[in-house]
Write a protein that binds this ligand. Structure first.
Ligand code: PLP
Length: 474
């Protein structure tokens, strides 16, 4: 390491340790020369390095300040070749991106949540208040796994309306979909087992695999049609795959939806080898138009698949209420839950059960879908206006993400860092893979009310993309 890199590493460490906080002015160049005994040139180089990495920003005539978010994004490690991911290691790189979205001063294009105002349902707040008045000590016991019966019946009724037969006894209420997905995976695997995942995949899937010490084969996923089934057929012949975790609708991050004929083929391939499907369907209710696409779980004749979802994306992210329709694995899921979180939160389970039983959820969803579709169009037109012409972007038929790509070697991690210094977050493609295949891409959340601030943020993002593309050419 050169001297200026050493000094930069020292300052970076101080920022990480909160010695210098966001917005603090760093020692001036002159002060730093005095303290470190290094030359002015060396100090300038180290400050410039930190600036280029997004840690600090220069304010003319004022000095260097710690940037809005002090988090840096390390590219995910661990991928071997384009498909195989032994030893998945992704956790560390994701936290920084997620933390940046929590800062209220940052435009949260990188966020995974819809705009909170969209989920403001006064009736739900009333249900929670009324439940809080009535709740007793006995309620905790009465709502232990599999969870509140009324809520499970209501969810089973919603499945029935889609033509999917799921008994309330097969449903387990969990603390959000992340818990239901993790328990599902844990219930059918042992450390060292192989699973199939999408490429790119929701980072929560990569984190769960890392935590459970599994090995993953990541299969190319199409931005329109979903998982590549020819590749899946090859993989299941060559690896002892235990489970396949994927999203059939509005895949995160790409936005694609698997057509019904592909779902049928997927189910055939998996059933042929008794491989379990873990279907992550958290965005399933957010379809545009009149027709909800039907889950692969509807084709589960062996009652062997998991269908996982939650109220986090449509109604109440902070309530942490989700579920899994676990078929014949339901008892195992309950055991796992009892051994870890014991049960989902009782007041929030009861509040959602009461809210659902009053009616009105479908109206809320209808409005939500229409708003999200309009907002997607708005962001698409800003992309057309401000992004370089070479940008590639699809138009998902639901959800609230847009996936943007430039030709490699466009560096979306660098875009993320530069954008953060301007108060804008994005979700760089590297969050969604253990390989570096998606470093040229990023995800934007299009659920926010359009405003002059958002317009300005898109202008800045467009300018930064132009800048990065020009750097590449030089
Ligand atoms: C694809 C996907 N699955 C699961 C989850 C987790 O959902 P929950 O907040 O209900 O745990 C998320 C949240 O971002 C997600 O995007």
């Amino acid at each position: 390491m050169t001297r200026y890199e050493q000094l930069a590493a020292q300052i970076r460490q101080q920022i990480e340790d909160n010695i210098w906080q966001v917005g603090d002015r760093l020692p001036s160049l002159r002060e730093s020369v005095k303290q470190s005994g290094l030359s002015l040139m060396t100090v300038v180089q180290s400050y410039q390095l930190l600036e280029s990495q997004g840690w600090i920003i220069a304010r003319p005539q004022s000095g260097y300040y710690v940037a809005k978010s002090k988090t840096s994004f390390a590219a995910a490690k661990g991928g071997k070749g384009s498909h195989l991911s032994e030893n998945v290691e992704i956790n560390a790189s994701i936290f920084g991106v997620l933390q940046a979205c929590n800062d209220p001063d940052i435009i949260p294009f990188g966020s995974a949540f819809p705009e909170s105002a969209l989920l403001n349902e006064p009736k739900l707040a009333k249900s929670l208040a009324s439940v809080a008045r009535r709740i007793t000590q006995q309620s905790a016991v009465a709502n232990l796994p599999p969870g509140n019966e009324k809520l499970r019946r209501n969810i089973a009724q919603r499945y029935a309306m889609q033509g999917i037969h799921v008994s309330p006894d097969e449903i387990v209420i969990t603390a959000g979909a992340m818990e239901s997905l993790s328990f599902s995976l844990q219930s059918v695997t042992e450390p060292g087992d192989w699973v199939v995942i999408e490429s790119p995949a929701f980072y929560g899937c990569l984190q769960a695999i890392e935590r459970l010490k599994l090995k993953a084969v990541a299969i190319k996923t199409d931005p329109i049609f979903g998982l590549d089934l020819d590749a899946l057929e090859d993989v299941v012949k060559n690896y002892p795959i235990k489970a396949c975790w994927l999203m059939t609708h509005y895949q995160n991050p790409l936005g694609g939806t698997m057509p019904i004929r592909n779902k049928k083929r997927l189910v055939d391939i998996l059933n042929h080898r008794q491989i379990v499907l873990i279907e992550d369907d958290v965005y399933g209710e957010l379809y545009f138009g009149n027709q909800q696409p039907v889950a692969a779980k509807s084709l589960d004749t062996l009652n062997n698949f998991f269908h996982c979802s939650s109220f986090s994306k449509c109604l109440a992210p902070g309530f942490r209420v989700g579920w899994v329709a676990a078929g014949r694995h339901a008892t195992k899921i309950q055991h796992l839950q009892m051994m870890s979180t014991v049960s989902a939160s009782v007041p929030t389970q009861l509040a959602i059960a009461e809210y659902l039983s009053q009616g009105g959820y479908d109206n809320h969803l209808k409005k939500l879908r229409m708003t999200l579709e309009q907002r997607q169009h708005r962001l698409l037109s800003a992309i057309a206006q401000y992004m370089p012409d070479s940008v590639k972007v699809n138009t998902p038929k639901g959800g609230y993400f847009l996936w943007l790509e430039f030709e490699p070697p466009f560096n979306a991690v660098r875009l993320y860092q530069l954008a953060l210094t301007q108060g804008i977050s994005i979700a760089p493609g590297s969050m969604f893979s253990t390989s570096d295949q998606f470093n040229h891409a990023f995800r934007l959340n299009c659920s926010f009310t359009w405003s002059a601030q958002l317009e300005e943020a898109m202008k800045i993002l467009g300018r930064l993309c132009h800048q990065l593309l020009n750097e590449k050419r030089d």
